[in-house]
Write a protein that binds this ligand. Structure first.
Ligand SMILES: Cc1ncc(COP(=O)(O)O)c(C=O)c1O
Length: 374
């Protein structure tokens, strides 16, 4: 089917760009001898997880328990959950996952660990965990100086098995200049080295030292001790990656296909893709680095400056002119691909002007209602 026959708005993924992104990162991970367990919260799709696995990913990092369960049901063995649990349903689901696959959870509170230990004890199983290292993101976890003391506190929990440490340098998303990226990567590298050396000196055996983020990926491939990498957004890339890492728009696989449906006055256009399709993000991790809501491909003269739920407002930049008119189709690269991806039920896969496949976005939260019962 030709793209032009599809009703807009629609979320497209350019097949060749996505495959190139997937292959590049897998190749780099292979070359440095580290395992790739991609963070799949970006695409939330079993179809894309399969591509990552077929290219060489040996495990996955998930952003929700729904994703973990979907991956487990699909038969994948190595599954890590990125965040701690602290409630009864969370502990129950973790215990159930630990029975079925090589499951690893990340922990950073004594209370959460205690609850999980109790659930695991009742079920008669062990749960593997890594401790979250704070490598500068100041979201979860302990600094390299604090981490051994936390590991010691968890030692009495007979059902919890220490596997190592995990981190994510989320603060890299505050970087405003690709030339400054190395500073964030240096924080991450130093924190990991110190944490590993302190824990090892205290007698801990670290089977897993894992980290990951697309902007830091190159640096992470060279990091001492790290054996598992978890980049996520590299599968699609987006305007944010372009602004902080200098990734060209030509490497952005995910884009929104939209129609210009109105032009209330000269220089102002309304398209049929709004916040429910593109997402309101102006950055990631709560940052607001971008001025507009996406990049309009092949129309450098235009800016998407405002979104309401179903439509977006586009204006011509000062001093520029445009030839677009009502009825034209536009292609918009979102600021944050993870958010835009979460707003669609499927990706239309494009090759040139053709739609050649549809990939379901089948791991979104509560999309299966498997965890809901009364
Ligand atoms: C814990 C964790 N690990 C890995 C990633 C992947 O990072 P990126 O999206 O920069 O590739 C994320 C993304 O937010 C994350 O939260």
């Amino acid at each position: 089917m030709k793209k032009k026959f599809l009703q807009t708005p629609a979320t497209f993924v350019d097949k060749n760009i996505m495959l190139t992104n997937l292959r590049n990162i897998q190749k780099k991970a292979d070359e440095c001898g580290k395992q790739l367990w991609p963070m799949i919260k970006t695409h939330k799709s079993l179809g894309i997880a399969r591509m990552q696995y077929d290219l060489g990913a040996t495990g996955f990092l998930a952003g929700t328990l729904d994703e973990c369960e979907a991956l487990c049901e699909e038969g994948y063995e190595n599954i890590m959950y990125a965040y701690p649990v602290a409630d009864e349903p969370g502990c129950r689901r973790v215990v159930s996952l630990a029975k079925k696959c090589n499951f690893i959870i990340r922990l950073d509170t004594f209370e959460g660990a205690m609850r999980l230990n109790e659930h695991a004890r009742k079920a008669g199983i062990k749960v593997q965990y890594t401790i979250i290292l704070n490598s500068g993101g100041n979201r979860f976890g302990y600094t390299a100086g604090e981490i051994t003391a936390f590991a010691e506190r968890l030692k009495p929990f007979s059902q919890l098995v220490f596997m190592g440490i995990s981190t994510h340098p989320g603060h890299i998303y505050t970087c405003k200049d690709p030339k400054e990226l190395y500073k964030y990567i240096e924080d991450e590298k130093t924190a990991i080295k110190e944490a590993v050396e302190k824990l090892t000196a205290a007698g801990y055996d670290l089977k897993i030292v894992s980290t990951g983020s697309t902007p830091a990926f190159e640096g992470e491939t060279r990091m001492e001790y790290v054996n598992i990498l978890h980049p996520g957004v590299y599968v699609f890339n987006d305007c944010l990656q372009s602004s902080i890492s200098g990734i060209p728009y030509e490497s952005c696989a995910l884009y929104i296909y939209t129609t210009v449906i109105s032009s209330p006055k000269q220089g102002l256009y309304i398209c049929d893709a709004g916040s429910k399709c593109i997402g309101l993000d102006k950055g990631a991790h709560g940052n607001s680095l971008m001025d507009t809501y996406g990049y309009i491909k092949e129309h450098d003269e235009l800016e998407l400056f405002s979104l309401s739920e179903e439509v977006g407002k586009i204006r011509v930049k000062a001093g520029k002119s445009t030839n677009i008119k009502v009825g034209d189709r536009l292609e918009i690269i979102p600021n944050h691909a993870c958010s835009a991806a979460n707003l669609t039920g499927c990706y239309f896969v494009t090759e040139g002007e053709n739609i050649t496949n549809v990939i379901k976005n089948d791991m979104r939260s509560n999309s299966t209602l498997k965890n809901y019962y009364v």
